[in-house]
Design a protein around this ligand. Sequence first.
Ligand code: 6GU
Length: 225
Amino acid sequence: MMQIDIISVVPDLLQGPFSHSILKRAHDKGLVNIDVHNLRDYAYNKHKSVDDYQYGGGSGMVMMIEPFAACIESLQEKRSYDEIIFMTPDGVTLNQSISNELSLRQSFIILCGHYKGIDQRIRDHFVTREISIGDYVLSGGELAAAVLADSVVRLIPGVLSDETSALSDSFQDGMLSAPVYTRPAEFRGMKVPDILLSGNTPEIEKWRFEQSILRTQERRPDLMK
Ligand code: 6GU
């Protein structure tokens, strides 16, 4: 079973995403366990601080090394981890191939930052990989951690059934998916393409492949090799 430990100062933000749908099913099937840890529980001084002013001056608080070190090391007493990932806008941009790679790991820790950033020594000493989810700024790493965990967990073998197979996902083969339709065959004059009602499986596959290429060329020419 895959073990994911997430360290955050706002653990409540991470309660929702993992208790529904596919992620919940993955947990119920015993394929993944996700534990969220409150960084403040590892604060060491009487004020329970997890952040402090930055050396050299400048606005914005920096997250301190001691609480992260204490939390990470207490987790490492129970097991060794394949990766310690720091969610940060200056990390490598997440893509499907990173998610595929991480879905083969046994265990990892995800660190969520806040404020101005975290003490560089945490990154130098503990972190094995830094990941961003795109070129925009979020208030903290939590939503990004949820995005990462979702994209990885759904790829664990056995999580998806046939009808939710990852094989036909957009991006899995470097292309966007073809459009999909369900009943009714006609709504306010808008018709489902005839080919999909034809029952001709090879022709349908061909149509989907063509649509997939057209969509990718039109919307994401950067993905076309
Ligand atoms: Cl991982 N963290 C934050 N705070 N903002 C982001 C991000 C991560 N990825 C994109 N924007």
